[in-house]
Design a protein around this ligand. Sequence first.
Ligand SMILES: Nc1ncnc2c1ncn2[C@@H]1O[C@H](COP(=O)(O)OP(=O)(O)OP(=O)(O)O)[C@@H](O)[C@H]1O
Length: 275
Amino acid sequence: MTETNELVFNDEMPERYLYEMDEDKHEVALSTSDLAVYYGGDKLALSDADLKFERFKITSLIGASGSGKSTFLRSLNRMNDSVARVDGKIMYRGLNINSSDIDVYEMRKHIGMVFQRPNPFAKSIYDNITFALKQHGIRNKAELDEIVETSLRQAALWDEVKDDLNKSALALSGGQQQRLVIARAVAMKPDILLLDEPASALDPISSSKIEDTLLKLKDEYTIIIVTHNMQQAARISDYTAFFHMGKVIEYDLTRKIFTRPKVQRTIDYVNGNFG
Ligand SMILES: Nc1ncnc2c1ncn2[C@@H]1O[C@H](COP(=O)(O)OP(=O)(O)OP(=O)(O)O)[C@@H](O)[C@H]1O
């Protein structure tokens, strides 16, 4: 067997390869089966998505524009409910959270989302973090102070803002705003963090700070991230799923996806041949 992608090609290659996670050896935090998403009633944007996400690991979702990565990610915490029909199962702690009797608001406390563009509230740094906590009934000042500090430390922002907690979040740089949004998400102590291209609108230094932050966060969170940046996927993720035209074509350990993928389309994509 060779380590170079070019020489792997042969007639025996599968059209699809999904890594079978052994649940006795790896704790699965979230899984999907037969997930399919239809926009506008009948436009099939994603189908046959069967993936298992290991606890305390980072999984990257890669693929060309329009391949269905965000559609998949947004379905995981029901962000597509108002715009699409989502069929199939999303299993979290033994519950199918894609069923109609799930309290979506409650579920999102466990499965948080960070978007591509930082979206802090037009409030102080402190209030950005405490807003949702207060809505969930946490009012004790000492407790709130403690969560603010812990969350900002987890998001690697504390040292930069600790003396300015009452300053408007909108006065922060884009990279700081994105780390604040991550702090806001982790303040709710979710199990799973979904991130949709969180660093793509940022400069390289801010982007690398987000990567460092995610690598630290995976000690306590299961992370699923959409990224267009393959070096980023290779640097930070344990697993990678490659999407193509609304299907997961290949899912495997990241090092295998980038050194020895099993499907020709994946080889083409990671080598930059999109044709
Ligand atoms: N709200 C929507 N309404 C209708 N179609 C949509 C909607 N969102 C996405 N789509 C379609 O679903 C398909 C998959 O889009 P999606 O945004 O999931 O891809 P993506 O891989 O995340 O792309 P990108 O990398 O550009 O964000 C595309 O054909 C897209 O046009």
